[in-house]
Write a protein that binds this ligand. Structure first.
Ligand code: SF4
Ligand code: SF4
Ligand code: SF4
Length: 252
């Protein structure tokens, strides 16, 4: 029997970076075994990390990084005007990310510390949905390439692109890990969206919530758990604030 032949239209794709480390875009080059098949789905119109060619006729824009300068806002708005679909790509774009630690200080303090004596414009860090409509978010610091592949296939085939609704604990338990709470650590796994294969907790490092809140989390119950175990509240606050992904769940 012959293999079925599938036809599809490649995505007219562009990738852009703002304030970030560009680690999420680098994930496009990860997983060599499926790399050729993956890029066969994309008509790359603009992607600075892999090509010097630049074309403005893209349909889908993957936007990496958070916003920290006024010229970035203008650039982001222009991308939104062009793109039929705009994807917030990675934790910096989705939530502000680790860059948001800057927001704990005044901008004058930041400039004096990082760029002493230089006339630098810098704003508090903001996620991209503070400025433009986002059609789809792929969280992760960095994003998981397996998940990116699955979502790109959904986009090409016009099927629904979804993220796991359940928390990291599910994937952690699948790996038969000892729970880090039982070792006296605070782990954000019970409230964080799965999809990373619990990579941190499998490596015995508590989850810091880079993928943001799972659906329908019971935040009060999570706070109770931390309290019952007698764990340090300021440690919890630090973890919740690390990626700015739990802004909507303040911990007093
Ligand atoms: S989410 Fe993490 S890996 Fe991705 S660009 Fe931001 S800091 Fe880098
Ligand atoms: S270590 Fe973290 S992710 Fe794993 S089961 Fe415990 S709380 Fe959940
Ligand atoms: S375990 Fe938590 S911090 Fe680590 S990659 Fe997964 S969601 Fe991010």
């Amino acid at each position: 029997m012959k293999n079925p032949v599938y036809t599809f239209e490649k995505l007219k794709f562009a990738s852009f970076e703002f304030t970030c480390c560009e680690g999420c875009q680098l994930q496009f080059a990860n997983r060599e075994a499926s790399l050729e098949a993956f890029f066969s789905l994309l008509d790359v119109r603009t992607f600075r990390e892999i090509s010097s060619e630049k074309h403005d006729d893209y349909d889908i824009a993957f936007v990496e990084g958070s916003i920290s300068r006024s010229d970035e806002i203008e650039r982001l708005l222009a991308i939104r005007r062009q793109a039929k679909t705009l994807v917030a790509f990675g934790t910096c774009a989705c939530f502000g990310g680790v860059n948001s630690l800057k927001n704990c200080h005044s901008m004058d303090e930041c400039i004096a510390e990082v760029y002493p004596g230089l006339p630098v414009e810098t704003l508090p860090i903001r996620k991209i949905s503070d400025f433009v409509k986002v059609d789809l978010s792929i969280p992760g610091c960095p994003v998981a390439k397996k998940e990116v592949e699955r979502i790109v296939v959904s986009l090409v085939t016009g099927s629904l692109a979804t993220l796991p609704k359940y928390p990291v604990c599910v994937e952690c338990k699948e790996q038969l890990n000892t729970c880090l709470f039982d070792l006296g650590e605070i782990c954000l796994g019970p409230i964080t969206r799965a999809g990373c294969d619990a990579v941190c907790t499998t490596g015995k490092t508590p989850c810091l919530g880079c993928r943001g809140p799972a659906d329908d989390i019971n935040f009060p119950a999570f706070l109770e758990l931390v309290g019952e175990r007698g764990l340090n509240r300021s440690d919890l606050k630090e973890k919740l604030g690390f990626y700015n992904a739990f802004e909507a769940y303040p911990c007093q």
